[in-house]
Write a protein that binds this ligand. Structure first.
Ligand code: NAP
Length: 304
């Protein structure tokens, strides 16, 4: 059954997600702060809204996927925000990775209008979004999830219910802290080996034959070896997620010493202007310090 959906945020993730909904026959009103990014969706049949409020007006479901907590607060509570028009039986499904505390606050504002909210952050990156194979981690009322599930099934292959509002985001922050750490320590190991003259391809063969093998680093390694840091997940967003994980840890008396130090390496890469590159570009900071590059089969020292 075709549904009226408002879709807000047409970045790396939002573009393909919105397109999958359109291709499945849903009626979409899309909003993106930078209008030009809405044009491919307009050509595919979406109506372009002039504000989040306009996208949410008359929508049964509103899906948001924007950068961070501040963006989400602006989209919902700001002038021309979703709260101005959302219907009393509508559901806001937020797939942004933001603070669980901010998400719960937004859910309270929406409840004041009679609308429901789910935090539904995702994993699966740009490829997963394109193929409709994301994994969703969901917080909110179970019965609300049951209502929106047919739509979320067009975007993802797994929908894991985590608990009340904010629980999906808590799970997502834990997952990204693990992922950020895995990639950073993989890079540390490869820089160490390269400095000693071991070729990246040799080192990769060793990792793939060992218990350290992981699908994440299997995917990232070829890009690293080519020095191709085209963003699948921008480094500045991974840095933001580590900060959010550490804030959640502080609030709950949880200690995350490794994630805390890894966050500083991502922070250094961001400070060096690498924030818009893929988060695998974290290796460039380690390479610069060691004076070696992990590229294309040959470990190149900065002297050679
Ligand atoms: P992105 O390409 O940088 O897109 C960010 C989107 O947020 C853009 O549409 C941007 O609008 C919008 N935005 C930022 N600030 C805004 C504001 N103040 N008001 C309204 N809109 C605003 O990022 P992405 O990779 O799609 O990620 C989006 C969210 O998904 C993030 O929370 C990220 O952590 C999460 N996520 C990403 C991935 C991934 O692999 N990329 C995977 C899982 C989760 P403009 O076009 O105007 O800048």
């Amino acid at each position: 059954m075709s549904q009226s959906i408002g879709f807000i945020g047409l970045g790396i993730m939002g573009q393909p997600m919105a397109l999958n909904l359109l291709n499945a026959g849903h009626k979409l009103a899309v909003f993106n702060r930078t209008r030009v990014k809405a044009e491919p969706l307009e050509r595919a049949g979406a109506r372009v809204a002039g504000s989040p409020a306009e996208a949410a007006c008359d929508a049964e479901f509103v899906i948001t996927i924007v950068s961070d907590s501040a963006a989400m607060e602006e989209v919902v509570l700001g002038k021309g925000g979703v709260l101005e028009t959302i219907g009393s039986s509508a559901v806001l499904i937020d797939s942004s990775t933001i603070s669980p505390t901010v998400s719960r606050k937004l859910a309270c504002h929406l409840a004041g209008k009679g609308a429901a909210m789910l935090d539904a952050p995702v994993t699966g990156s740009k490829h997963g979004a394109e193929k409709g194979e994301l994994t969703f981690m969901i917080g909110g009322e179970r019965k609300t999830l049951d209502r929106v599930l047919p739509v979320l099934q067009l975007l993802g292959k797994k929908h894991i219910y985590c608990g009340q509002n904010g629980a999906g985001l808590s799970a997502k922050l834990a997952q990204n802290a693990i992922q950020a750490t895995m990639v950073e320590v993989f890079c540390e190991g490869f820089v160490l080996a390269a400095k000693a003259g071991v070729k990246p391809t040799t080192m990769f063969e060793i990792i793939q034959s060992s218990m350290a093998r992981a699908s994440l680093t299997d995917f990232k390694a070829p890009f690293i070896f080519k020095g191709d840091f085209t963003p699948y997940f921008p480094l500045k967003l991974m840095h933001k997620d580590l900060q959010l994980a550490l804030e959640a840890a502080y609030a709950q008396n949880v200690t995350m010493p490794t994630a805390a130090s890894v966050k500083e390496v991502y922070g250094a890469a961001k400070a060096k202007g690498k924030g818009d590159l893929d988060y695998a570009a974290v290796i460039t900071v380690l390479e610069e310090i060691a004076g070696v590059e992990v590229r294309d089969g040959a470990a190149k020292t900065s002297r050679s």
